[in-house]
Design a protein around this ligand. Sequence first.
Ligand code: ZN
Ligand code: ZN
Length: 264
Amino acid sequence: MNLEFLPLFSGSTGNSALAAFGETLLLIDAGRTGRALEAAARAQGFDMSKVRALLVTHEHIDHIRGVGVLARKYGMEVYASEGTWEAMAEKVGEIPARQRCVFTPEQDFYIDRVNVAPFSIPHDAAQPTGYCLTCGGKRVSVLTDLGHTNAELLSRVEGSDVLLLEANHDVQMLRDGSYPERLKRRILSRHGHLSNEACGQALTALLRSCRPQVYLGHLSEENNVPELAYSTVAHIVEDYGAQVGSDVLIRMTYPDRAAEAVSL
Ligand SMILES: [Zn+2]
Ligand SMILES: [Zn+2]
């Protein structure tokens, strides 16, 4: 079974990624307009009408902007936690009951042959979740919009072949930047976003269980630069004794265009 993973957009202006396990095509978040997501998918050879299900991490607008439009146009099932459903109900508009799928975090389920394991993450949203998707011995995980990690949380994505991991900000850039103090405190809080350093540390912890290809995601355009995110994470990984390029492959994502797809 072939696994393809493709972040379509990643950043505070919108997040969405495609995961294809053989014929089963899943969309994780739909944070741009339906039209932008359709165009981005089409440009990479994917057809939105083939998407079997849409998995939503949480109700922030940069993750759900296109959910309602895509669900109504293509009839795909939409999965989210109960808290996320309640919090996003007004923003996504009417979605037919047969397409509304509610899960309980920490209880896995199947979509076709893909095992979907949603798990709670610490973020300032109603009931936010990360996802670990496994099929045919291949595993891809999405871990974005979270203020911190710990051993239990990281155990949820152990053994990942592909990982989308948040590297939101450089702490010093954020502290020195122009954001209001309240917003800075929110981002830096334990329910905010992962810094480049925290991303690197989470990654080294995971290297005990896997040798993943990692996409650095949700980079702040104001409080980060791609080269700094890459070099900070790479240095932490190398200080741990792992080799970037052989033990772990670090890939970038972009706010305005698709990343390079990985195919395993
Ligand atoms: Zn976000
Ligand atoms: Zn968020």
